[in-house]
Structures are given as C-alpha cells and as structure tokens.
Design a protein around this ligand. Structure first.
Ligand SMILES: [Zn+2]
Length: 240
C-alpha cells in the first residue's frame, strides 16, 4: 500500500527506544509515525488505516491554524479563517457583506472606530445566531439540559456554567474554528454532570470531543488574537 492511499503523506521514524507505535503532527504539519525497529509494514498500514480519520482531522486544523498565523494583519477571523477587509463608503451603512475570501465593511463614517464597531456588531450577531442553535444540538447529543444561555463579552473566559445550570459563552469564539467552538460548548455542558475539572470530567469531555486536547491548545495559542481590539486593525488604521 502506498502512502497516498491514506490521503496524506507521512514520514516514518524508527526508534530503538520505543516499543509501540506513535503518530503525531509536527510543527510543519508533517505526519510523523514513530515505530519500533523491524515493525511489520502490514501492522503499520493497519494502524494508519484505523487512525486516518483522526489524522485528517488534525491536519485540517493544523492547516487552518497556520493560515491564522501567517501574519494576517488587516484580516478578521471568522470561524477560524482570516477574511481580508475591504472598506467601502456607502450612505446606507453600516453593513457588512461576506464574500468568498474577504468581507466588505461599509461603516457609518470612515473612521477606525466606526469600522471596528461594524465588524464587532456583525460578529456578535453571528455568534448569537450560530451558538444558540449549535448548543441545542450538542446538548441533545449529550442528553444534557441547561436553564439559559447568555452570549456575552467575557474578557477572561470562553464560557462558564453555574450551579443553576446557566451557561455563558464568549461571543469572540465565533472567530475560532467550529470544532473549537464545539469544544467550549461540550466543556460547559459537561460541567452539568461534573462541576469540576477532575479526571472524570475530562474523560466525559473526551467522549463527545475525542480531539479536545488539540482544541484546548488552539485556544491557548490563539486566545490573544481573538481578544484583539478591532480598532487597531491595520485595515482601518489608514483611515485615521
Ligand atoms: Zn471548566
């Protein structure tokens, strides 16, 4: 079987120190499989076949993550992808229109503050629409019930769950990939069962989000980017 049969290429590393197979994606997005010495190729292929879904998922997230990092100054993150901004002055502002790879911002006045407000309002509205629908789908899957959901600006947290089953989510999450938004929702819904961060809690989260560690990491790496003040966006700075 050739590597391309998996839909991804991988690099095999042989280690005399390892007794078991390991697979990981390095910081260049390369799939690395570490095997013990003289490991049968048939077993390796079987392992890769079984893990291909997991690997593809992680690769997709990696690709999106690198796009976020590629110095996307002047872009707005939307579901984890950078959208470049085009500013148009229009008497019927403020409006925002999403095109294939960019968003058109039509502010009330040609100032960074006005543009930033328009973008923020648009993202908040999308967060409201998307998250309040998605949370119900996940709650159903997890057989969980909560009393209310508030989507708001929380400077220090992505979400919370109170003893009275009220959920809060940060609207800024709309800038993260959908899998990452799902993770935060699953995390908060899991608190309805375990009101702590015990091993049992994390095992429960993993049941509904097997790749939760990678999603958690994504937030750790990009949290600051999601909290960026839109007024400082280079796309708007020229307006000053
Ligand atoms: Zn928690």
């Amino acid at each position: 079987m050739q590597p391309q049969d998996f839909g991804f290429e991988y690099q095999q590393k042989i280690s005399s120190r390892t007794r078991s197979l390991r697979v990981h994606i390095d910081r260049f997005g390369q799939v690395i499989v570490t095997t013990p010495k003289r490991y049968p190729q048939s077993l390796l292929h079987e392992f890769l076949t079984q893990s291909s879904e997991w690997i593809e998922k992680h690769l997709a997230l990696y690709r999106r993550r690198s796009r976020v990092d590629e110095g996307n100054a002047g872009a707005v993150l939307y579901y984890g992808a950078p959208y470049h901004i085009e500013i148009q002055l229009h008497e019927n502002g403020p409006t925002i229109e999403q095109k294939d790879s960019h968003i058109v911002v039509r502010p009330i006045s040609p100032t960074p503050v006005s543009c930033a407000l328009a973008v923020e309002r648009w993202l908040k509205a999308e967060a409201d629409r998307y998250m309040s629908k998605r949370i119900h789908e996940l709650a159903k899957e997890m057989n969980a019930s909560f009393s209310s959901l508030h989507i708001r600006d929380q400077s220090t947290r992505w979400g919370s769950c109170s003893a009275s089953k009220r959920l809060q989510l940060n609207w800024r999450l709309i800038q993260a990939p959908k899998e990452v938004i799902d993770y935060v929702m699953i995390h908060e819904l899991a608190h309805l069962v375990h009101m702590n961060h015990s091993e049992r809690f994390w095992a429960y989260v993993e049941r509904f989000d097997p790749a939760f560690l990678i999603h958690k990491k994504w937030l750790r790496f990009h949290g600051a980017a999601l909290h960026k003040d839109f007024r400082n966006n280079p796309a708007f700075r020229s307006l000053k």
